[in-house]
Design a protein around this ligand. Sequence first.
Ligand SMILES: [Zn+2]
Length: 751
Amino acid sequence: MAAELKQIFIFLAIIFLIIFIAPAVLAQNSIFFNGENITAQIHTINQNGELLIKARDLAELLNTKLSWQPALKSLEMKSEGVNIKLMAASTYIQIGNNAIKTKSGLQLVDNQAYVPLAKTIEAFGYLLEYQQDNQELYIYQPETTIRDVSWQEDGNQLRIKMNEITPYRVLHSEDGRTITIEIDKARIDKEFSDNVSNNNYYLKVVNVPNRALLRLIIKSKNPIPFQLDGGVYETDDALILSFLPQLKRIYFNANNELNIQATGEIGDPEIEYLNDGQEMLVDIPSVVTGNYQLDLQDNPLVKSVKVIQKSLDPVVLRVKVQFSKGEVFQPLNNVNSNILSFRPGQRAQITNLDYHSGQLSFYASSALKPELFLLTKPPRLVINLFNTERGSGVRDQLKINDSKLKRVRTARFDDQTVRLVADLASLTNYELTEHKESGLFKYTISFKNQFKSITSQANQNYQYLNIDLTGKTDYEIKKFNYPHRLVIDFKNTYNNLDQLKLPEYYAPLVKDIRSSNYMLEGEEVTRLVFELSNYYSHKIESPPGSSQIKIALARKYFNESEKIEPQIKDHLIVVDAGHGGFDPGAIGRNGLNEKSCNLAIALKVRNILKAKGHNVLLTRSKDNFLSLQKRVKFANKINAEIFVSIHANSFTNPSSGGVETHYNNANPASRLFAEKIHDKLGRSLGINDRGIKESNFYVIKYTKMPSVLVEVAFLSNPREEKLLGSSKFQQKAASLIVDGILDYLEEKEGR
Ligand SMILES: [Zn+2]
């Protein structure tokens, strides 16, 4: 095999020489040997379009033994197992046991033997590279030898074993069916195409004669599951190409379990049941179709199995199983990480269907994947329970007639599906929860109120807050001071505030509105917080248990006898998240918007300061646009004590990075404030410290209080973009900013 291959190379080299070098070589060439220009040191002639070199020069160059037998007019060259013979008047070169035809063969000129340069040199295992545009011929000693190419890890890796890793390129064809590995200055040791070629793959090795490189071309009838990113790595003596696992086999085992096996580890699949459980879709990430075996042995439970490559970016394999009527297959926990197993499931029993205070519940004897969907006319919620049957405590109809539900009907939808239909008073949100209770699975569907609108109107004396809900709700109003806020806790209410259009300003009395959810005595509570700019008296003007809540805030007291303590001077800190709304600010290479990381950090600064009992206001707490003028006006109007604006930097050069703190001399105290903040950020944020800078940013120039603008990191730097998007880094930046703020306030107070 080896000899044959060598012959092929030499043959290719001949063709190449005839086509490319021959005419060019007639002109004046520069010849380089291992990078050194040797044109002046050697003697060459052109004959029949072939470049010949003086045999003695060549022997010296290649450090070979040369012997000349005058009687036979034959020349012999020997080096490391290669033996070459040429005879005058013959156009053949004898290389070992093979004879190769050349154009000129051995020529005698002025009593000196000349031999064909290219063929002789290649016979000794050297590589030629001819650069046609500048007519330079390069001779290289191969820098590496490829010893073996073979599959590893059950066909998930291709190992190219070589003496040394020389520069290489891996190219993936557009249709994904060809991978070309180009290895510079490499030669091969033996034939190894057969090691690699199999049902799926075909390997071809091409010596690219005019470019001193080897090409390993792998072709497949299917797209090759290779991802350039992370798909190639090097060891000391090998280049490894990693492939994604392929589907290997789909079969039933002895326990009548359906198994999907891949050549490598299978990640978490997504499993979906369609057509009332008669069809199962298993979407498996990062696995590709291969030459798999389908081994169903006419199992009566399965009608058909289809495999498709659902997508290549990301790579998802879909196995579609159609069941014969009656049985559903349920996933088992993986024992072998290369296999997904499914067991024919028994029907689960549904028991004890019950409803009270907005919650519909039932039990199942095994875990279900209920399918829920809303229908609008009339409003109803449909709950499909696949592979189940009705047990005790499940009547055909459950009459309810409260503010949310009229009734619940149940029926066997088909021979394997129980269907529940909840007739709703009006379309509403719901939430499905599952928990285990004494060996059974309890499913609870909570029907919730939600917010219809929150509006506010003000007159000279009062500001009214109107909260409109979809149903009557339990709520509790509390008021807290320093910071001044009005807090309303709603029970059984879905927090849909981010879907509502809220006014940007609740001025004059309300500064901000936010919401959160927390658990109170095992029940989830939605909390609405109105941040007030000062202490205001309040009065609830709606009757209790209403779905419309109306609250009046007053600058003067509603109850004249009500006394409040004198106002304590407190630090009021304004944190400004740069950009917002249609203004994204800088955009990272991977798409992160400055506006959102600014906001995330600003919110974290606020939360830390609040947790420490400080009075903080944000210029924006949502993704909305706010002009620079408005930001400044806001801080000046409420007489903030200090102002921090948060931004992220950007530059054309992606390697630029680090943290900067900016101040403006309009307020002489800003410099100290910047120093205090940057002292923390520059030292401890873990990225380049770019120092403090005096700048003319609008928000730090026109705010009356000490103010700084922090450029936390560079969005244009991919590493820092990743950091800016991480909650951990945001939290770190926020807490360092807070440390700086507190340092500044402390020092200022100490004076
Ligand atoms: Zn910015």
